[in-house]
Design a protein around this ligand. Structure first.
Ligand code: FAD
Length: 541
């Protein structure tokens, strides 16, 4: 191998996801010379955010006000702490959470708006919790254009920046080492993907923005927390294989501290992708509220029925607590068309491509095209005219005879019978929660009004096999409120910063054990901005 390629900068940023892009953008504002490196090819610039749905937890926004939601940073922080379950040691994560609750409106929402990013005029209400945790109010703001829209916009800002000459971007550059001199960080080294050609970057400051470890199934399984049941053998990757946790390990070798690495925001509802970018990639279903969530034998989970997007961590633990850690969702076509969605920009083309009338049509009349597409493309979607036929197809798909067809039919009939008895007599937690959803306009448009499963006018029946998928790593490199990597005594490791998922979205785990949703991209933006301001000498970044 020849001598290494050499680059020089004030700051080198490792990782071109949303956290790295925002950091670089702000550093250019301060006139810094920046080298931005990413392992991936140029066409995938933007990391996970470019494929993301683009939901953000924002507090006190004009959209909330227009919808009559009286939210405050104090209430948001209270909800955050109840859900995160911070431990005594989680001092910095807790401080980051408080800072985020107070600063998200000016530093994320308005900052994005100032760069031409718009949000849908309705706020959603995920993660409202089963038992007193969760969001007290709707706070989930969806970017018009999805993650694709705002990430492309920020990339455009970067490329057209007045100080663009101060920025070098190198794709296919994999960082394999952080260099030090006299105890301080002084750059990065690595090799070019494909050719193996070595490179070195000399810089006063290194920013780690290389994502989490959701792409490294070996690590995910090793760190899987006991309270989440057994780590499934069959796990989809919902992030990216390059999110392998390698740069977290490099930070640890330099005295940094990795915290809460076993806390993960995995999804229980992964399905096979028809166009995977890499082997093992799964899609995350935004689960219909009116469908019945069944265990691996086709029996309804109980006594507390499972409902998606209320307490994801609880649902994951319940499913992984079974002998076989996967599940089924049983519904009919009408429910699927009205309520089913998939996360990510690829399956939300109306929002991604900003087609308002298509979005309106899908919302009012159901997204039949999406359901047809999934039935056509995804082997995990099964349709049938009778429960017996559905059960047989479920068994065929799983390659077992686990499905208890008679038991499944009884569970469905019992649920339908409750609906027949009338709203006044509902005593089923799922129906009570549907009633709650129907009271909130943001949910009402996407919720069927007490839809029976075996309604002959709503068929055919539909079952979806869900398997676990990784998505976000909630833990990470511990950072202080300047995004500086700190050691065991909370002293900064000189010249080393970490932002985004690599830093657990701030402090080494801003979400603690569980998230309120939309608490990933937005804190990554805040963390990147703070890092850049701190590097540029701001005393209160
Ligand atoms: C389909 C999908 C939907 C999502 N929806 C939402 C949502 O609605 N709301 C939300 O808040 N979050 C969402 N997320 C999660 C969110 O997108 C990520 O958590 C966030 O974008 C992480 O940003 P990041 O910049 O920290 O890391 P990443 O986006 O993971 O970027 C890290 C970058 O570093 C590069 N890299 C890694 N290792 C190296 C190395 N050794 N050398 C050089 N480069 C390296 C990678 O190639 C990558 O480009 C979603 C994620 C996905 C996949």
């Amino acid at each position: 191998m020849g001598s290494p390629k050499h680059y020089h900068a004030d700051v080198v940023v490792a990782g071109g996801g949303i956290a790295g892009i925002v950091t670089a953008l702000e550093l250019l504002d301060y006139g810094k010379k920046v080298v931005l490196l990413d392992r991936d090819e140029e066409r995938y610039f933007g990391g996970q955010a470019i494929t993301a749905f683009g939901g953000m937890m924002i507090v006190g926004s004009p959209v909330q006000k227009r919808m009559g939601i009286k939210d405050t940073p104090e209430l948001a922080f209270k909800d955050w702490c109840n859900t995160a379950g911070f431990s005594f040691e989680d001092v910095l994560p807790r401080q980051w959470a408080e800072m985020y609750c107070h600063r998200n409106l000016p530093d994320v929402y308005r900052w994005l708006r100032g760069r031409g990013v718009r949000f849908l005029p309705a706020v959603m209400w995920p993660e409202r919790g089963f038992y007193g945790t969760g969001n007290s109010l709707p706070r989930y703001h969806i970017a018009w254009g999805t993650g694709y829209g705002f990430t492309s916009r920020l990339i455009e800002n970067l490329m057209n920046h007045k100080n663009r000459r101060n920025l070098e971007i190198h794709f296919n550059h994999r960082v394999t080492g952080i260099e030090t001199s006299g105890g301080a960080v002084c750059g990065l080294s690595g090799e070019v993907e494909g050719t193996g050609e070595p490179f070195e970057v000399k810089a006063d400051v290194v920013v780690i923005a290389a994502g989490g470890l959701g792409g490294n199934l070996k690590k995910v399984r090793a760190l899987w927390p006991k309270e989440m049941g057994k780590a499934p053998d069959d796990l989809f990757i919902g992030s990216h294989p390059f999110c392998d946790g390698a740069m977290q390990d490099m930070a640890e070798k330099l005295g940094g501290v990795l915290t809460n690495m076993g806390y993960m925001w995995n999804y229980p509802d992964g399905v096979t992708s028809a166009n995977p970018r890499f082997p093992g990639y799964g899609l995350h279903v935004i689960t219909p509220k009116s469908a019945l969530w069944m265990d691996y034998r086709g029996r309804r989970f109980g006594p507390q029925p499972l409902i998606g997007y209320i307490d994801t961590t609880y649902v994951v633990a319940r499913i992984c607590g079974q002998e076989k850690p996967f599940s089924w969702h049983v519904m009919n076509w009408k429910i699927a068309a009205r309520e089913l969605a998939l996360s990510g920009s690829d399956h939300n083309d109306a929002i991604r491509d900003k087609k308002f009338f298509t979005l309106l049509k899908n919302t009012l009349f159901g997204n039949h095209e999406l359901v047809k597409r999934m039935v056509r493309e995804c082997p995990d979607f099964i349709t049938a005219d009778t429960v017996q036929e559905l059960a047989k197809k479920m068994n065929d798909l799983a390659g077992t005879d686990d499905i208890d067809a008679a038991g499944m039919e009884q569970d469905i009939r019992d649920y339908d019978a409750q609906i027949d008895r009338g709203v006044k007599f509902f005593n089923d937690d799922q129906l009570r929660r549907i009633a709650h959803s129907l009271r909130w306009s943001g949910d009402r448009v996407r919720t069927c009004k007490y839809q029976k499963i075996l309604d002959p006018k709503a068929g055919p029946l539909l079952a979806i096999r869900y398997r676990m998928m990784t998505r976000k790593c909630l833990g990470g490199i511990r950072t202080d409120l300047h995004s500086r990597v700190v050691d065991r005594n909370d002293r900064p490791v000189e010249g080393l910063y970490a932002v985004g998922e690599a830093a657990g979205f701030g402090g080494g785990g801003i979400n603690g054990k569980s998230s309120l949703e939309g608490t990933f991209i937005a804190p990554a933006i805040l963390g990147g901005r703070i890092a850049a301001r701190s590097i540029s000498g701001e005393r209160n970044p």
